[in-house]
Design a binder for this molecule. Structure first.
Ligand code: SF4
Length: 380
């Protein structure tokens, strides 16, 4: 297949769904005793609801929505630090748009902007670099946020700033990595996970081998998937076939985009610019070992934590989630978004209480946008 429409062909989708039903029957999965498949990536969560795959697939499959939305897992204390940075008079704070509405303790970046902070939305860290070149008397801070998908572009912008000797450009680094939270979830005795649909964009950078431990140490299958409905259906089928056959392997359904060994240029840029933090906080999941990146000392001149004295040590402030917010339970599959008492009431995309309602990749936003809001209404 070559064109997007071919990956949305209803006849082909029906054929894969029939095969999925067959394998579900062979496994003996039912609505009462389902197979639990976690889609790690928020983009996959969005696609599952957008195309109604949760309703088309048999009741014997339960999708667990994973922690793969970087905006959703950003801890509230880091949002507060963003706001504090952005409110400094010398700072131009630059960020991707999806971080603007994430609630902090006091306010979001959007509210800080409304109150006069110089916050500018950019499409790339290269835009932030250009703002720095044009404003030599101001400090331009780029909010580095995201998984391995966006980590390389931030690294390349830091390398470029170093080459140019830019003295007014820094990055507030909040980049995180996908494999450690999967390990944390697999180590959680309360989690029931039978297999994974692996992230497509992240894997385009890191390849498929960083997931080998999932098969080798935990005996669970993972299939890296694309984002079209047929990609997802085929990936679910591949996971189910592994479960049926008693196999646990890392497979690549998205090979038209994901090289098994990843992108060597991106991997080299990441290794040059960043090092692992011993631990990093994930909203709803707590501290996870070796799950965050910080900027190496070689590039300390471009590290906003160094320039503005923002630490990330053991003594840092941990901020509790707002009362009634169940983001952690949703993110670990213990609760569906519609079961949160705030869903569609105290928490909507217009006025989010929790981060899962902010980004389009958040599970709560996906439920709300594609019919979950109706599911929350009491039955007549
Ligand atoms: S509805 Fe809002 S508060 Fe509840 S889990 Fe979702 S994002 Fe969090």
């Amino acid at each position: 297949m070559k064109y997007a429409e071919e990956f949305r062909d209803p006849i082909a989708a029906r054929a894969v769904l029939d095969k999925i039903q067959q394998v579900v029957d062979q496994i003996g999965a039912t609505a009462e005793k389902p197979v639990h498949i976690m889609e790690i990536c928020g983009g996959h969560t969005h696609a599952i609801f957008r195309y109604g795959l949760d309703k088309l697939t048999p009741a014997g499959i339960e999708f667990i929505h994973g922690p793969g939305c970087p905006v959703c897992v950003l801890p509230m204390s880091r949002v507060d630090e963003c706001v504090e940075l952005a409110e400094r008079p010398e700072v131009i704070f630059t960020t991707f748009g999806d971080a603007m509405r994430v609630p902090g303790t006091r306010k979001s970046l959007l509210q800080a902007k409304a109150e006069g902070a110089d916050i500018r939305m950019v499409y790339s860290p290269l835009d932030a670099l250009e703002i720095a070149r044009r404003n030599p008397d101001r400090e331009v801070v780029f909010f580095g946020l995201g998984f391995e998908t966006t980590t390389p572009s931030t690294a390349l912008s830091i390398q470029q700033a170093a080459r140019e000797g830019l003295e007014n450009f820094t990055v507030f680094c909040n980049h995180i990595t996908v494999p450690p939270p999967i390990k944390a979830l697999l180590d959680d005795p309360h989690m029931v996970l039978d297999g994974f649909v692996g992230p497509g964009h992240v894997s385009m950078v890191i390849g498929i081998h960083p997931y080998d431990f999932i098969a080798e140490d935990y005996g669970k299958p993972l299939v890296v998937a694309g984002f079209e409905p047929l990609d997802l259906l085929q990936s679910v089928l591949m996971v189910l076939e592994q479960i049926r056959d008693g196999r646990a392997e890392i497979e690549n359904q998205y090979s038209r985009v994901v090289p098994d060994d990843g992108n060597p240029v991106s991997i080299a840029a990441i290794a040059d610019v960043y090092e692992e933090r011993p631990t990093f906080e994930w909203r709803g999941l707590g501290e996870i070992d070796a799950s965050g990146l910080r900027i190496r000392d070689t590039y300390a001149a471009f590290d906003a934590e160094v320039k503005f004295g923002i630490g990330y040590g053991a003594d840092r402030r941990i901020v509790a989630e707002p009362e009634g917010c169940s983001c952690g339970a949703v993110m670990t599959g213990r609760m569906k978004p519609v079961q949160c008492e705030q869903f569609g009431k105290g928490c909507t995309p217009e006025m989010p209480l929790g981060a899962l309602m902010v980004s389009s990749e958040g599970a709560c936003a996906a439920y709300y946008q594609y019919g979950g809001a109706r599911a929350a209404e009491p039955a007549e």
